[in-house]
Design a protein around this ligand. Structure first.
Ligand SMILES: [Fe+2]
Length: 319
């Protein structure tokens, strides 16, 4: 148990290089999802390309099919960036685009992006074998590391992939790191996860999920702009907020969530922030609730039901 955000933020995190070399196991095997021998072999080959003993990425020679998947999703993503992404995400894309020059007929190499980030803001990217635990994921953020898969979805899964893929990770999570304010918040969330108990870890993962997977930013005109990885990389998820049955609330109101999250592929409830500073407020409230729990030995308002079906949805992609 930890109380006091200052203590957490100033706590030295694991050495970045050590984290890059750490062996990270998959939380779910690919063959539990796919029965496609050729695809499974391809995934196994791509995953074997990372030299985790030295923390070194290799250039992946992507196939024509994989290039087609990228092209299809990237064309849609360009429209989302121009018309629906929040300012911070647009800035992140333009910053990275200046250095990388995104092409729709060429999948950007993770090795190159990691090099660019290292010079830009000290972050690094490391590949992982698909689904990983919340603990590994958040620990990476505390070390300014983003864990990404390098597997590309099959062309038949362009609309929806049941397994994390590089396209989603790149467009939804890696590009935003090029914005310093976003990368600082990600690092702060990661630092908060160090040495917490399982329930606290779930709560941090829940905040991460609501903001950086499904979240929106309300702009000065009162319009909701995409911030989270799923809404940035999914036109279907993005447009879902215009569904009359869907509600959108400020992230500070997530404390009131007591019910289980529905298990449909599209969300029925989204959260927004007015600025990235709202995340600080939510994290501080979370820590205060931990202190309150500790002092009063009572269940505080922050003790919400965490539905693991929502956690499973973290692992789904909708495009
Ligand atoms: Fe995601």
């Amino acid at each position: 148990m930890i109380s006091g955000i200052q203590k957490i933020i100033s706590r030295p995190s694991m050495n970045q290089q050590r984290f890059l070399m750490k062996e990270i196991k998959s939380a779910k095997n690919l063959d539990q999802i796919f029965n496609d021998k050729q695809y499974l072999e391809r995934c196994e080959f791509i995953m074997s390309q990372y030299d985790h003993k030295n923390g070194k990425l290799k250039v992946i020679d992507y196939s024509i099919c994989e290039q087609q998947s990228w092209k299809s999703v990237f064309q849609s993503y360009r429209q989302i960036i121009q018309n629906h992404a929040c300012e911070e995400i647009q800035n992140a894309f333009y910053t990275l685009n200046q250095k990388l020059s995104f092409q729709e007929d060429q999948i950007p190499q993770l090795a190159k992006i990691s090099e660019i980030f290292n010079e830009l803001n000290g972050w690094k990217i490391r590949p992982v074998p698909g689904l990983i635990s919340d603990q590994d994921y958040l620990e990476a953020l505390s070390n300014k590391v983003y864990c990404s898969t390098q597997i590309i979805r099959r062309p038949q899964d362009v609309e929806f992939s049941p397994y994390p893929d590089y396209i989603h990770d790149l467009l939804g999570h890696i590009i935003p790191i090029a914005n310093r304010d976003i990368s600082n918040k990600l690092n702060k969330i990661g630092c908060l996860s160090v040495n917490v108990d399982n329930e606290q870890l779930e709560q941090i993962a829940f905040i991460y999920w609501k903001v950086f997977e499904m979240g929106f930013m309300k702009d000065k005109k009162g319009q909701y702009k995409a911030l989270g990885g799923a809404v940035l990389s999914s036109h279907r998820e993005l447009m879902n907020i215009y569904n009359q049955e869907v509600s959108i609330k400020h992230i500070r109101d997530f404390q009131m969530v007591k019910k289980n999250v529905q298990d449909e592929s599209l969300q029925k409830e989204y959260y927004y922030i007015d600025s990235l500073d709202d995340i600080d407020e939510v994290l501080e409230n979370l820590q205060q609730s931990w202190s309150s729990n500790k002092n009063n030995s009572a269940i505080a308002d922050f003790h919400f039901q965490f539905d693991h079906s929502d956690q499973n949805k973290m692992q789904k992609l909708t495009l």
